[in-house]
Design a protein around this ligand. Sequence first.
Ligand code: ATP
Ligand code: MG
Length: 382
Amino acid sequence: MIIIHYSEIGLKGGNRDFFENQLVQNIKVALKGVLDGDFTCRRIFGRFLVDYKKEFSVDEINMVSDKLEKIFGIANFSFVCVIEANFDLIEKEILKSLKNREFNTFRISTRRSDKSFPMDSPEMNTKIGASVVDLYGKKVSLKNPELNCHIELVGKQAYVYYDKIKGMGGMPVGTSGKAMVLISGGFDSPVASWFALKRGIQVEFLHFHSMPYTSQASVDKVKALVKVLEKFGSSSKIYLFPFADIQKEIIMKCPEKLRVVLYRRAMMRIAESLAFKKNCKALVTGEAVGQVASQTLENMRAIGSVVNLPIIRPLVCFDKEDIIEKARFIGTYDISAKPHDDCCTRFIPKHPETKAKLSEVELAEKSIDIDEMVAGTMKDIM
Ligand code: ATP
Ligand code: MG
């Protein structure tokens, strides 16, 4: 069996069922591919048990671990041996399984969820610990053991396990509603998506491209990036928006230095319209203060002021280096690092405005009738 301990949702009071059910659902979906459906996942005394009908092979242990390590909401998990909650049987099992393990120091850590078991936790620890010392001559180390033997007494059963594999923490994806990510092919927006997922927000993706003026590369990158994010529970839904016509209007009719801010304001409007249609409660971007000319506080205000939905910017105070490190950890780095001509870098002004005034921006937009353009283009989203 696998025993799964979860993180924050233990604290969610009356809504706990909702969080737990979503997490069970996410675990089942993730494991279905690797265990051919031959398992059950149920809740028991504040943890989950995955009961596999067969013995796990080494390959299966690796594949299952790889899946569970990426599910938000899991604090840690272990592959466990399940036996009847009987002192002699537990002790026998532990002594047998330690025979082939290499270690010098150890501890026994008992947790008794069910107080009807006749022995309390310290007593279990001392008795079994003493037997291990007697039989194998190993040393007890409570603070820093090489091997920690966990015994959990739950109802009529005892779970014995050694390694706790660390989970990703966070909240189960889907428990915080849904948001629309504005995703480019760059480093930031995929990392921002990952942080949104980590707080339980399900995400769908909107990408603006300027084909035929730019190549297919940014679209292909976004598809590859979303494949990676799917491993963390994201949806696979990508909306592609042809942005070239709006860009052309802006380039022809508006002051050059305001281009980037005007592109972004158009993107925000489109993203919000789509978000409403798709029942998304917020927009997510990869913006970080000061990272590029368009990302000053003044410009963020000018860009954000066109929408009413909250804009979530998980990376807003991150350094680029930290974002890159996170991208490597998530597995999006290599994809983002490939070259592509972004719809915005392609037509970027030499001296972009870094402190856009709202009044100037609004005036510039008067000449392009932006609302009508946005409304007219919603049908183009695929
Ligand atoms: P990223 O690494 O995510 O591309 P960036 O540092 O290049 O970010 P900008 O190009 O200024 O920053 O973009 C800021 C944010 O605007 C991006 O993080 C993304 O959320 C959104 N964005 C930019 N370009 C696009 C695009 N072509 N399609 C969808 N969203 C975009
Ligand atoms: Mg970019």
